[in-house]
Design a protein around this ligand. Structure first.
Ligand SMILES: [Fe+2]
Ligand SMILES: [Fe+2]
Length: 465
């Protein structure tokens, strides 16, 4: 079969000679990267995976057994709307950009590279997790997330190669050269350099960090650069499952912990104590908040003005798509005190998007707390304040407790083991991570899922080992 027929796509790849030449060079490097940095130890196993082979409702979720290196990574854009217009900013109502507008070229490339860099990074972070899977169902979900993050890399590489010429091709190569957590060539964003070496980390990552992805993609899905908008719109269909994996993974862990609390000492019974789960939430939530960028940002204003990056559900949620003269109230630190500050709305759009994200995360917390209540427990999990443990933006360089009160560095350091996973916490969680690979069996620290995948029961052999 011809290479371009093997790559499912709706971008007319078999006719596009320039794109073919770019992909021909990149594809072998991608496969090398996948074999070197993709899931370790399972590359030759048959996995029950969904593959997108077209953008039609019956085409984007085809389930079958596939070996991961044979996964058909494809290039898909949501079909175009006729006569699409830029939906916000200074060029509101003008026709969408079909090619990269010269004056926004650098900004757009930076947006695409930054998004693209997160996709292979997460595969690298999750590389070793298969070896300690709590069940075959979970193992399959991990691999589904991994192959789709690989496809998301393709999606961004397509944009770079198709629309950015030579420097786009160089950026596409560089996406395969950086490595998560490598001090010499790290991934661009810090959350993507954090180790993700146990399953509680994985669930927190897919709950909180993939969810950042959802909001970034949603804002880019509004973009006036139409190929980017349509690419992100399709990626969002896949992203939903990643967040489902995280949300339900934490929920099942919480449920099991609650059951063990009802029986006695959670540690003695081999579960994950609730306070450790809370510290993992604090860690991943705060790192994921950083991904939205500074609270006050001239980039966010420029991207919005240019029509490149909109707000979450820009068309559905807002009437005023110019956002020109409005003011956003936020708290800033001045002279070591909290002060109210008024910021032009366009400069506060990172914070606006972050606010949407936080609302979404809170729904997860409500579900987990319902599981605690259902098991008869009165304890509750919570999200720390947005200012807690931040490394980017207005609150970076200052210290806050989980309620958002400004505290001294000394107090933060003294109490940090209360709020963030300690080395002992991580070692304890790791000590529970033993592989369970018999169909229908599950590790002791987590509850089984309510249902299986694609109508199959939990007992189904999702990965043939
Ligand atoms: Fe992704
Ligand atoms: Fe994802």
């Amino acid at each position: 079969m011809n290479l371009y027929e093997r790559i499912p796509n709706n971008v007319n790849l078999s006719e596009d000679k320039k794109l073919q030449r770019a992909l021909e060079k990149w594809l072998p490097n991608y496969l090398d990267w996948w074999n070197e940095m993709g899931p370790d130890g399972f590359q030759q196993k048959d996995v029950y995976l969904r593959t997108a082979i077209s953008v039609e409702p019956d085409g984007w979720a085809n389930f079958d057994f596939v070996k991961m290196p044979d996964y058909r990574w494809g290039i898909f854009l949501k079909p175009a709307e006729p006569d699409a217009k830029i939906g916000f900013g200074d060029n509101y109502g003008q026709p969408v950009y079909q090619e990269v507008p010269g004056e926004f070229r650098n900004a757009l490339r930076r947006i695409i590279v930054t998004q693209g860099d997160t996709e292979p990074a997460s595969v690298e972070q999750q590389r070793e997790l298969g070896k300690t899977c709590p069940s075959l169902y979970d193992l399959r979900n991990l691999f589904q997330v991994n192959v789709e993050e690989g496809r998301h890399l393709w999606a961004m590489v397509y944009l770079l190669q198709r629309y950015f010429g030579r420097d786009g091709r160089d950026e596409a190569d560089a996406l395969l050269e950086r490595r998560s957590g490598n001090p010499d060539k790290p991934r661009i964003l810090e959350a993507f350099n954090q180790p993700c070496d146990d399953w509680l980390n994985f669930f927190c990552f897919t709950m909180f960090t993939d969810r950042d992805g959802k909001y970034q993609l949603s804002a880019l899905a509004e973009s006036g650069f139409e190929p980017l908008a349509r690419t992100c719109q399709f990626m969002l269909t896949e992203e939903a499952h990643h967040m489902f994996v995280g949300d339900t993974g934490i929920n099942r862990t919480v449920k099991r912990t609650a059951q063990l609390m009802n029986q006695g000492d959670v540690r003695e019974l081999g579960g994950i104590p609730l306070d450790i789960i809370q510290r993992y939430i604090n860690f991943w939530f705060s790192y994921s908040l950083d991904l939205f960028g500074g609270e006050i940002s001239s980039n966010s204003a420029d991207f919005f003005a240019a029509g490149l990056k909109g707000r979450y559900k820009e068309q559905e949620q807002y009437d005023d798509h110019l956002a020109a003269d409005q003011i956003f109230d936020m708290k800033v630190v001045e002279d070591n005190q909290m002060k109210d500050s008024e910021v032009p709305l366009r400069n506060a759009l990172n914070e606006v998007l972050r606010g949407e994200y936080v609302k979404d995360c809170e729904k997860g917390l409500a579900r987990w707390n319902k599981s605690l209540a259902d098991e008869g427990r009165s304890e509750r999990l919570f999200l720390p304040n947005n200012r807690f443990h931040r490394h980017v933006g207005e609150y970076a360089g200052h210290y806050f407790d989980v309620e958002g009160n400004l505290i001294s560095k000394e107090e933060f350091e003294r109490r940090s083991a209360e709020w963030l996973p300690s080395v002992e916490d991580r070692e304890y969680v790791r000590s529970l991570m033993h592989p369970v690979t018999e169909p229908g069996k599950i590790a002791n620290w987590i509850a089984p899922p309510a249902t299986g995948i694609k109508g199959k029961p939990f007992e189904f052999e999702y990965v043939r080992l």
